[in-house]
Design a protein around this ligand. Structure first.
Ligand code: ZN
Length: 325
């Protein structure tokens, strides 16, 4: 975990392994302090707070959750008394998709050799994902703390005269997707609408919405973008991820028309220039999303998460790349 200054008053904390749950956080050190996203467990949240305390004394007055996923909200409880701001869909969605108990149970299961072997026999991908998470994360003590201020389309902050614009752009990756734009410093905190140097994964939303959001990011002409996952970048990071999604959508269409299953399609689709991104087999999820659209399913069709982990595991093995999530 490291801190990086991205402009006069904007900072990022980055988890350099860049695997699932290695989410970034942001800080704007004006107007009482604003933290953007709170990490995946309490040790990481404390590490983030310690790094930010070098440039912001005391606890911040505001927290922004860019969306509802656990890796962006599970440190909320350490910001007692802070205003927690998010899109209006986020509180209910957090209860559905960010229940810490489920992940705690998974981590306990993989740490027990007996249960681990038993589950691995039927759910090898779930165990592989759990083992990876257990290397870095411990959800002991995590409680769900919901946003205290919600908004529908946009929400503006005035930090000692510096304006910060929160804009709901979802559903691209998740329902609550929100970007945080600091125009004066030409910075955007993008949350998980942007993955950098790692394969994007999306749960709720459409390709069309995601492309529109990436175009918006380009139009804002930021000098620095803090993605939800991966290193800080400029608009080149957005252009690259858009090209990836366009490539996957186009290849998926061909496979769909050829009658291939999602897994067979993902096996057929070459990683292309994106093979060195972290966790390339997350490609499976992007093909699955494309197929859902081709089949006319709604953007919020539920996921079978264990089956998804198993499919990523199978794809990584079939492609001969490390099993990573
Ligand atoms: Zn994330």
């Amino acid at each position: 975990m490291k801190m990086q200054q991205v402009s006069d008053n904007c900072f990022a904390v980055l988890n350099e392994k860049n695997r699932v749950c290695d989410a970034n956080s942001g800080l704007i050190n004006l107007g009482g302090g604003v933290v953007i996203d709170t990490q995946s467990d309490l040790p990481h949240a404390r590490g983030m707070i310690a790094l930010f305390s070098r440039v912001w004394p005391g606890m911040p007055k505001r927290v922004i959750n860019t969306h509802e996923d656990g890796d962006h909200v599970w440190g909320n409880q350490l910001f007692a008394g802070a205003e927690i701001i998010a899109h209006s869909s986020v509180p209910e969605r957090m209860k559905r998709v960010a229940d810490p108990e489920e992940t705690r149970h998974l981590l306990a299961s993989v740490r027990n050799p007996l249960t681990c072997e038993k589950i691995a026999a039927v759910r090898p991908g779930v165990v592989a994902a759990g083992r990876q998470l257990a290397e870095d994360y411990d959800l002991t003590g995590v409680e769900l703390v919901l946003p205290t201020t919600v908004f529908d389309t946009h929400h503006d902050l005035d930090l000692n005269g510096m304006h910060v614009h929160l804009r709901h752009v979802g559903p691209c990756h998740q329902c609550g997707d929100t970007i945080v734009h600091v125009p004066k410093e030409r910075v955007v905190f993008a949350g998980d609408v942007l993955f950098r140097r790692c394969t994007p994964m999306g749960w709720t939303g459409s390709y069309a919405k995601w492309f529109a959001c990436l175009d918006l990011l380009i139009d804002l002409k930021p000098d620095a973008i803090v993605p939800g996952h991966g290193p800080v970048c400029g608009v080149e990071g957005v252009i690259e991820m858009k090209a990836y999604l366009q490539y996957v959508l186009e290849q998926s269409r061909r496979c769909f028309e050829d009658g291939l299953s999602v897994l067979d399609a993902a096996k057929r689709i070459d990683f292309g220039p994106y093979g060195d991104w972290k966790a390339p087999a997350r490609l499976y999820m992007n093909v699955e999303r494309a197929y859902r659209e081709f089949r006319g399913e709604p953007p919020d069709a539920p996921w079978d998460t264990p089956a998804t982990f198993d499919a990523i595991y199978a794809l990584a093995n079939a492609k001969g790349v490390p099993v990573e999530f």
